[in-house]
Design a protein around this ligand. Structure first.
Ligand code: AMP
Length: 325
């Protein structure tokens, strides 16, 4: 039996290295596995759960589809669509909200973090975020979700909702699991917490030039001498080194660090070059795709049509089971 996969990125600005390594790389891997039917969306409705600009949101929706295509998502293999164009997500999310408590949602660490970050934006939409995400996944009966480790608490909610719906209403939702990549947790360039679009100075965009990457990597805080415990910015650099450098070079830098002969600038510049080399083909492809907006619009339109076929079928089943047909 073929399995379904659902994932997405919020339409909050351009994609960064964390999105690419933790999310998009896993999306590509599953797309290229014939055992999986893959649905990948741009989560524009999730973007309105935190403060946003209308004009930027309008642009970001399309820009992220372009990022997906440039990174290697293929509309012949994956259904690429914009969340709000498949309104079944919202309808299912409302039905799901009837079986999830306010207390459970308020206890989620992701919710608490966002309230701390945007105290004036403690909205119902923010509280509902994990329920909408459960609807995104279960609408396609996806059992595998390629996302970073930061999304694990939300996946737990999706599994809980699937279980409850199956118990109470006799639906047949799978309990979705996370598909992890090597880059499931990309740390911030500041050396504290994760790389995040909403934290200035924490991220490298996929479209950054070599000079921009080098400037950002050179600014990662390190100690004056090497050899101490690997924490903060030094830890960030070594996590990047493990991902981007050949294993022997990574080991060499690590040994130099431990015998106190490492020059941080050498490690930083080697890393900047390796990261840029990884992003260069993406950047070149992105330019070509961005020059052909008719093609992009066509993919968006066809993606929504394809997603709707599956979405409507699930919604019809749920409505029947809940006495809403
Ligand atoms: P978001 O922009 O929050 O919708 O995230 C899009 C994807 O990127 C999701 O799969 C996230 O789990 C992933 N992601 C975001 N930040 C990071 C990070 N710092 N490390 C790894 N994955 C991340």
């Amino acid at each position: 039996m073929s399995h379904r996969v659902l994932s997405g990125c919020r339409a909050t600005g351009r994609l960064h290295l964390g999105n690419y390594l933790g999310g998009v790389k896993g999306m590509i891997e599953l797309q290229n596995n014939p055992n999986y039917e893959t649905f990948y969306m741009v989560a524009d409705a999730h973007a309105i759960t935190t403060p946003f600009s209308v004009n930027e949101l309008r642009q970001d929706r399309r820009e992220i589809i372009i990022d997906y295509l440039a990174a290697g998502l293929d509309p012949k293999k994956s259904t690429l669509f914009i969340q709000s164009q498949v309104s079944e997500h919202f309808e299912l999310s409302f039905y799901f909200s009837s079986i999830e408590t306010i207390a459970r949602m308020m206890h989620l660490p992701t919710y608490k973090d966002k309230v701390k970050q945007y105290p004036k934006n403690n909205t119902m939409a923010l509280l509902n975020y994990p329920i909408l995400m459960a609807a995104d996944i279960l609408l396609y009966k996806a059992d595998l979700v390629p996302v970073g480790i930061d999304q694990e608490p939300h996946l737990e909610v999706a599994r809980e909702i699937a279980r409850k719906m199956n118990q109470i209403y006799g639906t047949k939702f799978p309990e979705p699991k996370r598909f992890a990549t090597k880059g499931e947790y990309i740390p911030s360039l500041t050396g504290e917490g994760k790389m995040s679009k909403s934290i200035e100075g924490s991220y490298i965009n996929l479209t950054d030039s070599f000079d921009e990457i080098r400037k950002k990597i050179r600014a990662v805080p390190t100690a004056t001498v090497s050899g101490g415990p690997i924490t903060g910015g030094i830890k960030t650099l070594f996590i990047f080194a493990e991902i981007f450098l050949p294993p022997n070079l990574y080991q060499e830098f690590k040994e130099k660090y431990h015998n106190q002969s490492l020059k941080f600038v050498a490690l930083k510049d080697t890393l900047s070059e390796a990261i840029y080399q990884e992003l260069k083909p993406f950047q070149e492809k992105r330019k070509q795709i961005a020059a052909n907006l008719n093609y992009v619009e066509k993919i968006i339109k066809e993606g929504a049509e394809k997603a709707k076929i599956v979405a409507q079928k699930t919604l019809k089943e749920v409505k029947e089971k809940m006495g809403l047909n």
